[in-house]
Design a protein around this ligand. Structure first.
Ligand code: FCB
Length: 452
């Protein structure tokens, strides 16, 4: 028996602006916190050129059309649309995305637009970034500008990508832009990001009649490494800070009280309680959504001492043992099925879309120019089957997006981590579809059926 997906299921690929566009100084674009992070030597490589998608976008849309995807998830760079974050919109930046959207529609590909994939305007960072509640207003205005311009044509909106990463890696550990390392700051930034999400939802609905709105939450589903109470307690804290802190308020449950109690015990803030929380905020954050976006890569086991980290993750690089990708992430497809089931049971979202899933492997072209990335095919096959298992259990999963269309700038890991279905020569910009690209194309063409 083969596995079939319902008609109308969205098969897509995902990218983000800073990771693919380049065109850093083009047409009035402003500086973002990632431009600044790269300029100050915090990354091995910058996104100044990236995949040069800013100039090669037509070729990239052609590649998507040949791939046969029905949906493309991309992000707009706030700094192209409003270069200083809060001032005048930049028509040239809007026009770039407008042309992209028109071309996608012409080719029968539905645009899924993410407003924020971490590239905050540096001018807003200078005023505190996500620590400053005014950034919420700036984001809502940005959402208004983008949806006024594109709302008639774009009908699928994602407010934020992975607020945990933006807040905890950006403000909690400082390994990502803007590079601040303080837990209280991470929680403050997370709150403002979530509030800006909730406040943008009605604006998007107003400007884009009949649209569908969601958010892309990342997750690290976890379980304790043993039954030892110390591992169990650490796992609970990990799950609380990493997962529940985001899923709970977005889906109407407020902040998890075990974790707020932990913040009090640890004196994360000067006074007990959450100083950033104002009356009405939680109601706004819980704005009803059409879909919950889930970015899934791996599940982890947590032992005492791992709480704020990512569980056991191997150092990045090639030559990982079987069962791990080159990010050092364990391949755990069953956890995806289990987590979809968990989300459905606990939160009852209207529907779920897998907004990112994929694997980093550095396979490059052989002498005949073929990129035989069979490990990526195996990863995608396993995770699509895991998605099918959730559907079979009655969970409303409506789409699946491979991360990523192109080998792109993997943030602080630079260009060596390759997630693309298409191999990119970063010196020349040349693109070569990998074997996984043809595999995904045939899978979509074949009425989205997987053989047993
Ligand atoms: C996610 C990000 C995406 C990419 C993948 C590998 O956390 O949303 O930009 O870096 O991981």
């Amino acid at each position: 028996m083969s596995i079939a997906f319902p008609d109308g299921f969205s098969w897509g690929v995902a990218t983000s602006a800073y990771q693919i566009e380049g065109g850093r100084h083009q047409d009035g674009k402003g500086e973002s916190i990632w431009d600044r992070f790269a300029d100050t030597g915090r990354m091995p490589e910058s996104g100044d050129i990236a995949c040069d998608h800013y100039h090669r976008w037509q070729e990239d849309v052609d590649l998507m059309a040949e791939l046969g995807v029905t949906a493309y998830r991309f992000s707009t760079a706030w700094t192209r649309i409003i270069p200083d974050g809060a001032g005048s919109p930049n028509q040239a930046g809007i026009d770039f995305y407008s042309r992209l959207v028109d071309e996608l529609l012409r080719k029968g590909i539905t645009p899924w637009l993410t407003l924020y994939h971490w590239d905050l305007p540096q001018a807003l960072q200078a005023a505190g970034g996500w620590l400053n509640r005014d950034t919420v207003d700036a984001f809502v205005r940005y959402a208004d500008v983008v949806s006024t311009a594109l709302g008639g044509r774009v009908k699928n909106w994602i407010t934020h990508n992975e607020p945990w990463v933006a807040s905890h890696l950006g403000y909690g550990t400082g390994v990502f832009a803007p590079g601040i390392d303080d837990l209280g700051s991470a929680l403050t930034a997370a709150h403002h990001i979530l509030l800006s999400h909730g406040r943008a939802v009605p604006v998007l609905r107003e400007n884009s009649q009949g649209c569908e709105v969601g958010i892309a939450l990342d997750c690290r589903p976890s379980q304790p490494a043993s039954a030892d109470p110390a591992d169990v307690a650490t796992n609970r804290a990990h799950d609380g800070f990493r997962n529940r802190w985001f899923f709970d308020p977005v889906l109407g449950k407020g902040y998890p009280t075990d974790i707020t109690a932990m913040c009090d015990e640890r004196s994360v803030f000067e006074q007990p309680g959450l100083p950033f929380l104002r009356p009405g905020d939680l109601e706004e954050i819980a704005a009803p959504l059409d879909f919950l976006g889930l970015n899934y890569y791996t599940g982890v086991e947590i032992s005492e001492g791992d709480e704020d980290g990512m569980g056991v993750v191997l150092p990045e690089g090639p030559n990982q043992p079987d069962g791990y990708t080159e990010m050092g992430w364990e391949i755990t497809p069953q956890v995806l099925t289990d987590y979809l089931q968990h989300l459905d049971e606990v939160y009852r979202p209207r529907s779920i879309v897998i907004t990112e899933n994929g694997a980093s492997y550095s396979d490059g072209p052989d002498e005949s120019g073929v990129v035989a990335d069979h490990r990526r095919i195996a990863y995608l096959d396993q995770h699509i089957r895991a998605t099918a298992a959730a559907l079979a259990a009655g969970i409303s999963v409506r789409g699946y997006f491979v991360w990523s269309l192109l080998d792109n700038l993997e943030w602080t890991s630079g260009y060596k981590q390759r997630f693309g279905l298409i191999w990119v020569d970063h010196a020349t910009g040349r693109r070569i579809p990998k074997t996984s690209y043809y595999w995904y194309r045939d899978f979509i063409r074949n009425a989205s059926r997987l053989s047993p």
